[in-house]
Design a protein around this ligand. Structure first.
Ligand code: NAP
Length: 281
């Protein structure tokens, strides 16, 4: 039986779904038969993306949702329940990836990153759990390979995604026996509007030119569909890497390479284990 037929009339709420990976996830879920609530802090982008799918005949709902606000979560889950009877799948995708080291990260940036990337998913899970428990639903948190493979200059981001992995496992354990699953999908580098902005700010306006082994929003969408499908029901508390296996080869020597070379890391290279020519002290 095609996967979409089985999932038809299941409902999903995706955060940060106005663009990028969130839109890729919402599209994959709609094609698999989900009724999808596309939410974003940017109400217009959520509405644009929802009508893009609605025009193709998929049942969607667009809502403004700032994931850092508990009352906004209560409202969003209430709307989905009123429209479709409940929630089967929560996808915590909204996130930011600001640059900054231990020293250059100030308290405001730390608070903002942790609020969006870590507190937001907790608030969403808290608001959705009664419905997910009733309907034996699924939670998917969008993490990053950086949750377990830190990189200099991503201080608050790496910390937040590592925290999100802990939260994922904790939720899986606390909901054991309730029929609810909670997993983290960890994409490698993805070409998205947000990432293009960051790369341009970092002096790489031509991103992703020359970079290989990129992950796509469609890849992430496919993984979410799998985790929410009957085939994924026994998968719980895991981190599912979507990075062509790069994290397996990752090591401190490679991530500490200067910037231009770390971009090359994503391209086929003869010997990825060649140490940097200037040993670091
Ligand atoms: P993106 O292009 O910047 O899209 C993120 C969306 O989330 C934007 O529409 C953004 O709205 C929205 N958002 C920001 N703050 C929010 C909030 N408080 N509440 C609700 N929505 C909010 O980002 P992306 O690259 O698709 O990344 C999506 C997720 O994947 C993030 O969790 C990110 O960490 C993760 N990820 C990305 C990559 C990558 O290489 N791109 C790799 C690994 C993991 P505004 O534009 O209005 O702020």
């Amino acid at each position: 039986m095609p996967i979409g037929q089985h999932l038809f009339r299941s409902t999903a709420l995706v955060t940060g779904a106005g663009r990028g990976i969130g839109l890729g996830i919402a599209t994959a879920l709609a094609k698999a038969g989900f009724q999808v609530a596309l939410t974003d802090i940017d109400e217009d982008s959520a509405a644009r993306s929802a009508s893009l799918l609605g025009d193709q005949g998929y049942p969607t709902l667009a809502m403004k949702l700032d994931v850092t606000q508990a009352d906004a979560w209560a409202h969003a889950v209430g709307e989905v329940t009123a429209r479709w009877g409940g929630l089967d799948l929560l996808v915590n995708n909204a996130g930011i990836s600001p640059r900054g080291t231990i020293e250059s990260t100030d308290e405001a940036l730390w608070d903002r990153t942790l609020a969006i990337n870590l507190k937001g998913p907790w608030l969403g899970i808290k608001a959705s759990l009664p419905s997910l428990q009733r309907r034996q639903g699924t939670i998917v948190n969008i993490g990053s390979t950086r949750a377990t493979r830190p990189m200099p200059g991503l201080f608050s981001y790496v910390t937040s995604k590592a925290g999100l992995l802990g939260l994922t496992r904790q939720v899986a354990v606390e909901t054991l026996g309730q029929g609810v699953t909670c997993n983290m999908v960890a994409p490698g580098w993805v070409d998205t509007p947000g990432e293009r902005l960051i790369q341009a700010e970092q002096g790489r306006p031509d991103f992703p030119q020359g970079v290989s082994n990129l992950t796509t929003p469609e890849d992430v969408g496919g993984a979410v569909v799998f985790l929410a499908s009957p085939a994924g029901r026994k998968v719980n508390g895991i981190i599912l890497y979507l990075d062509s296996g790069l994290h397996v080869a990752d090591d401190a020597g490679m991530v500490y390479l200067p910037d231009e070379q770390s971009v090359r890391y994503h391209q086929p290279i003869a010997n990825p284990f060649t140490p940097p020519s200037e040993p670091r002290s």
